[in-house]
Design a protein around this ligand. Sequence first.
Ligand code: ADP
Ligand code: MG
Length: 613
Amino acid sequence: MSDKLAFQADVSKMLDIVINSLYSEKQIFLRELISNASDACDKLKYLILTNPDIAKDSGAFKIKITPDAKANTLMVSDNGIGMNKDDLIKHLGTIAKSGTAEFVNNVKDNGSVCDLIGQFGVGFYSAFMVADKVEIVTKKAGESQAWKWISNGCDGFEISEAERETNGTDIKLYLKDDAKDYTDTIYLRHIIRIYSDHIDYPIVLELGEAGEETVNTASALWTRHKSEITEDQYKEFYHHISKNFDDPWMTLHFKAEGNIEYTGLVYIPSETPYDLFQPDKKNGLKLYVNKVFISDKVEELMPNYLRFVKGVIDSADLPLNISREMLQHNLLIEKIKHGLISRLLKELKKRTNDYDDYMKFWNNFGIAFKEGIYEDFSNREEIAELSYFASTHDLNRKTSLGEYIERASKEQKAIYYITGDNINVLANNPQLEAFKNKGIEVLLLTDPIDEFWPQVLPNYKGYAIKHISQAEADMSWERKEKKADEGSMQKLLDLMTDLFKEEVGKVVTTEKLDKSPASLTVESGQMSIHLERLMRNHQQKTAFASTRILELNPYHPLIIKLADMLQDENRKAQVEEISKIVLDQAKIAEGEAISDPSFYSEKLSDYILKAIA
Ligand code: ADP
Ligand code: MG
């Protein structure tokens, strides 16, 4: 009796892409199957810790590769945890992971299946690149019934009861005609060595009459000495552990000695993972105790702002029978975490020596890394030191806070910043005009987190970190232009205060503006306009809306003219009309929406027409 089941829609779509891809490195399917076999052994090894009898008869862990040239089949077997019927349906009929839709979209966008197969956890399905039928016989450790799963990769799959003596899984591929190479033992040996040498269990190649041969080194890579590991081996291990297929930007392999001993082999990717900002994104570290895999969900091992770091931590000092629950609030784990952070920060510091190289890291992960200034109280200064920001000094090059300070004049006591959605809009914000005139550099911050970290880092190396609206320094400079006379200016201020009382708390003159007639700002110490906008976009009510201040430039010919026009009572309506346009322009420069776009564009067109008529 067998059950015929359909693939979940996502799986079908994905299989379609995998099978029809003209992907050249088809051999990675073997790496994926071996990697799954190794995971299955890891899982059983962990179960045995608490239940030593669960797999008495299945012998020492190993992964066996059996080619059959005559039948044109290839079998990958393991004596790991195995699967029951539910597992088969759940793991090999659906895609549990949220990344599938992204996988499909990504392939459409850039067509590179190769890099994506592993990253999105579609590993098993890569078998269908070389096989037109896959048959699985598997028995779960601790259960008595074995199961068979068969599929051609298109019309769903069939599950039926089967026989298998001990726990484990056999995955038999009926190879396509053009995939005969994968029965060739020389070729198999070659690709296993390239892709799977680091696997901790023996990978045994069945040679028929010549017997069996263990092909890999079969010792956990991180336990080997650095000098015995090649760069390629480090890279392959990174691919295995991270399920990414980029090259690591940083590889850090170390042994910590002292009151707690542990080995770490951790990596920073060279590409941004698709899920960096998914709320359920877990850290990428796997915890081993003396080479026994314990968990890849130990959140306490890595702070959130370093969630992109991938790798392995192995400590013999943790008790082997440690339960996953016991790992929370564990003092040793806490110590490992601190050690790990300081090593990573130290290593990053070294890499800042090469700006272009460091920017590869920064552009991928800076936005997450900066969260550390906010999140990690004890390392705040170090993280700030490693952070880079866009700045008015050079729009094409990011600056560190240290470099900013070096450029600052002796009189300058603060590091100034402005926040907004977009660097180019920010760079032209009228509020910066005084800073430009006085040669004061301003950081242009565009990430949401930039609204928050300055609040917890009020000082850096003796310099206050301040939003430009909080500048205390005298922002005026020597002017040659004519200024509106005070009396008529006051009248204009009164008119606008009344006209805009719904939208603007105050209308004042300022010495800060140069080229712009007016600009919007908020009272010093209030929530920035950008933050308010972010909150609004996240459906937070604008209950906290800061009071807007409309600042007028008394040196600007348009403002002078408006003040003048007000002397004539008959022109008041026109002054009001133009004032509205002035306010709209101030809003636009700030990146804010204007309240009546059609009024704005109509009136502006009218005035332009008059000017050119
Ligand atoms: P991933 O390895 O990223 O989870 P795969 O597509 O490679 O994704 O595998 C899907 C799932 O199928 C695995 O998570 C595992 O639960 C199950 N699986 C695959 N191969 C085996 C195996 N040899 N033994 C036990 N379970 C397996
Ligand atoms: Mg896998």
